[in-house]
Design a protein around this ligand. Structure first.
Ligand code: HEC
Ligand code: HEC
Length: 227
């Protein structure tokens, strides 16, 4: 947890209290999951129909694969992503808050019901396991689990979890098994402030600003191998 104590000059320290609040939130969400979790999951599932989503997903399969496992490493796999994060992502493309030449046109015509159904379907699919580049795995793991104390990079693990599964209640996406080239593109988009879907907290823009290209290369390979 040393990574949670970056030097006071680090730009990351500005949102340290928020991070700690988030970790506490994640902890209490886990603690309460036995009781409240069932009610939460029930209402989330009631929102969309995975069955209708499967029918609607045919248009998505050209790029994301039939079951949300894309074969092109530039395009994200969305199988097993949290339902709430899928809904947020599709709404961001639809509203123009997140821009992409391929996705914007796909999201524009979707109704709220379509979005809920598609999210229910893809969240229920199994992500296909992948492997990390052995030459990058050690450096990637070190950064993922411990951050970089010299530059103030926080451990990715603090929010995305030890196995990259994130935390749906806190809005932290699963990144486990994601194609490295896609993840590289996202980290560079946050770093260039081209992607700002992390909102007022700027969590990912702040994190990515501190990352070097070599760190991005290593950590994204490690993430690709997480399962
Ligand atoms: C022509 C190819 C193409 C099609 C068809 C397509 N997508 Fe995408 N999708 C992409 C690309 C490329 C991205 C990454 C965009 C970026 O870099 O921001 C993406 C991103 C996404 C994301 C965000 C993933 C994340 O981890 O943030 C979701 C969710 C998504 N697509 C869902 C869908 C759904 C649902 C459909 C069908 C209605 C669909 N896509 C159709 C290419 C496509
Ligand atoms: C303080 C919590 C926090 C930390 C630490 C953090 N993340 Fe994130 N991450 C988030 C949140 C919140 C989002 C969703 C932001 C959004 O909706 O755009 C996110 C999104 C992402 C995404 C985009 C996923 C997608 O497909 O859309 C990637 C990739 C990512 N993080 C990688 C990392 C890496 C690598 C590290 C460590 C260097 C890291 N994160 C550290 C909170 C965090």
């Amino acid at each position: 947890m040393d990574a949670l104590k970056p030097s006071s000059t680090s730009p990351f320290s500005a949102f340290l209290p928020l991070l700690i609040a988030g970790v506490l939130l994640a902890g209490s969400a886990l603690a309460g999951s036995a009781l409240a979790g069932s009610a939460l999951a029930g209402s989330a599932l009631a929102a969309g129909s995975a069955e209708s989503g499967k029918v609607k997903s045919v248009t998505c399969s050209a790029c994301h694969g039939m079951d949300g496992n894309s074969l092109n490493p530039e395009w994200p796999s969305i199988a097993g992503q949290h339902e709430s994060y899928l809904i947020n992502s599709l709404n961001s493309f639809k509203s123009g808050a997140r821009q992409n030449v391929l996705m914007t046109g796909m999201a524009m015509p979707l109704s709220d019901e379509d979005i809920n159904d598609l999210a229910a379907y893809f969240a229920a699919q199994k992500p296909a396991p992948k492997v990390a580049d052995p030459a990058l795995a050690t450096a990637g793991e070190r950064l993922y689990r411990g951050g970089n104390k010299d530059s103030g990079v926080p451990a990715c693990l603090a929010c995305h979890g030890p196995t990259g599964l994130g935390n749906p209640a806190a809005g932290w996406p699963t990144i486990a098994g994601q194609h490295a080239p896609y993840t590289v593109a996202q980290l560079k988009a946050y770093r260039a402030k081209e992607r700002s879907t992390d909102g007022d907290t700027q969590m990912m823009r702040n994190v990515s600003t501190l990352l070097t290209d070599d760190e991005i290369k290593a950590v994204t390979s490690y993430i690709q191998g997480l399962r």
